[in-house]
Design a binder for this molecule. Structure first.
Ligand SMILES: Cc1cc2nc3c(=O)[nH]c(=O)nc-3n(C[C@H](O)[C@H](O)[C@H](O)COP(=O)(O)OP(=O)(O)OC[C@H]3O[C@@H](n4cnc5c(N)ncnc54)[C@H](O)[C@@H]3O)c2cc1C
Length: 442
């Protein structure tokens, strides 16, 4: 019997992504017109979809692969994030089970970083790829005691290198005196995510055909997969679904995924006088001790400061201009508090992307229907999780042995959520509570 799904909510591009606005314009590949067939279709061209398509092409060099996306490369969440390829779990935990889980996560994340780095080098992708590491910083002594000290102990248990910085030492490296302390870890990569996405897409293997601006409005499963688009259709015997939070639109992971809007801004480039006033080193990244209450920051290679702050529950995947204007005001206020030595620096770009969370932080991965595999729900760490999820979904679909598939499966699957009406009250209340109870880390 045919299984069908009609998509109710499509992705939309508000054309605000700062990371792509600072790049030269790119011409998208043509949208699909007509009816096409291939051996495989990969739906969704973020980190997960691009990794899956490339890996399928490597695994099956004689097969044809279609990679389709509703929008343009680098304009989705994958190109709108803060540009940290994170190699360590956020919360390590200290039990043997948790340490074991952390070792598995690090093996997966580092495989993804190596995979991306190989592509950056092979295709000479200009994305400011930087092995700079990152600072995990607390604004208060309380945040240091509650978050950084346990984090440092766990890094010790894992045998991972790190360095403590007090307020003065951190200021000498990043310029701002705002923070109380930080733990520096060296393994995180920083880059311009839109540039990396473009570079990956523009260097797909020859047996991958990419259709951009091709929103899929319907899915039918009968002796294969048929996807309908505004001007045509795609048929393939097998599909890898990499639409992240939109998976529910295709009747997968119903009531298991939480779409959250995350806002970010980039300043204009600092002048040389402003760089001197800021002090510190070029090119750094900082994550806050509390991700909900705090601010993620970067100083980019082209001397802009990134502020990532603010989350909103968005089951309709839409953010209004007024909400974005409020986010920008908040970012300006965060910037002024942290960088009083830069009074004239203005925000040039503010944008929003939709991240997909699960209640238990587990990914959506594996075989989800006959001839359908997936990697979705990257829990806001999609650069690495999406990349290894896509690679492993392709390996699973091709029955290629890879011990990391077992590691991935051990991460579990997204818990079922309460009814959507309860979510509409509960998630904003939870975000508000997290911000209030961690206000010392604002
Ligand atoms: C502001 C912000 C900061 C972040 N910072 C970081 C960070 O520093 N590091 C990190 O690792 N992660 C970060 N994240 C999270 C990260 O961006 C995501 O986890 C990641 O992009 C998920 O990748 P993905 O490939 O699974 O999904 P996506 O990037 O969401 O890609 C899914 C694709 O599916 C397509 N699609 C959906 N429905 C359809 C349809 N019907 N038809 C056709 N195509 C469709 C979409 O157009 C989209 O291109 C951040 C996110 C945001 C928004």
């Amino acid at each position: 019997m045919a299984e069908t799904a009609t998509v109710q909510i499509l992705p939309s591009d508000d054309k605000t992504n700062g990371w792509s606005r600072v790049l030269d314009p790119r011409t998208a590949t043509p949208a699909l017109v007509g009816d096409v067939r291939a051996d495989w279709v990969v739906l969704g061209a973020g980190w997960a979809g691009m990794a899956a398509a490339r890996r399928l092409a490597e695994n099956r060099p004689d097969d044809s692969i279609i990679l389709a996306d509703a929008g343009e490369i680098g304009e989705n969440a994958s190109g709108r994030n803060s540009g940290f390829a994170i190699d360590l779990p956020h919360n390590v935990g200290s039990s043997l089970d948790e340490l074991d889980g952390s070792h598995r996560f690090m093996a997966l994340a580092r495989a993804a970083v190596n995979y991306l780095e190989t592509s950056v080098n092979e295709f000479d992708i200009a994305c400011d790829w930087s092995k700079r590491g990152k600072y995990h910083a607390s604004h208060s002594a309380r945040g240091k005691g509650e978050v950084l000290e346990p984090f440092a102990r766990e890094l010790e248990s894992l045998g991972e290198p790190f360095r403590w910085l007090d307020a003065r030492e951190l200021q000498s490296e990043i310029g701002t005196p705002y923070y109380h302390a930080a733990v520096y870890t060296p393994g995180c990569i920083l880059m311009n995510p839109a540039a990396l996405c473009r570079g990956l897409a523009d260097n797909m293997p020859a047996n991958v055909t990419l259709y951009e601006n091709t929103p899929v409005a319907g899915l039918e499963q009968e002796n294969g997969i048929r996807l309908t688009t505004p001007n045509g259709s795609i048929f393939a015997p097998r599909m890898i679904l990499t639409t992240n939070g939109f998976a529910e639109q295709f009747s997968f992971f119903a009531n298991q995924l939480i779409p959250i809007a995350a806002h970010a801004s980039l300043t204009r480039c600092l002048t040389s006088d402003e760089r001197a006033a800021l002090g510190g080193e070029d090119d750094w990244g900082l994550t806050p001790a509390n991700a909900i209450a705090g601010v993620t920051m970067r100083f980019t290679r082209d001397h802009r400061i990134l502020i990532r702050q603010g989350f909103q529950y968005k089951p309709d995947f839409r953010v209004s201009d007024a909400e974005r204007a409020t986010a920008r005001q908040n970012h300006v206020a965060c910037f002024r508090e942290r960088f009083p030595m830069l009074p004239d620096v203005t925000m040039e770009h503010t944008w929003t992307g939709i991240v997909c969370l699960s209640r238990n932080s587990a990914p959506g991965f594996g075989k989800i229907a006959p001839n359908v595999w997936t990697s979705v729900c990257q829990n806001a760490v999609g650069v690495t999780k999406g990349t290894f999820g896509g690679i492993l979904a392709a390996d699973l679909a091709c029955e290629r042995d890879n011990e990391l598939i077992g590691f991935m499966e051990s991460l579990g699957e997204p818990d079922v959520l309460p009814h959507k009406m309860l979510m509409k009250i509960g998630v904003p209340a939870k975000i508000a509570w997290d911000i209030w109870s961690n206000r010392h880390e604002k």
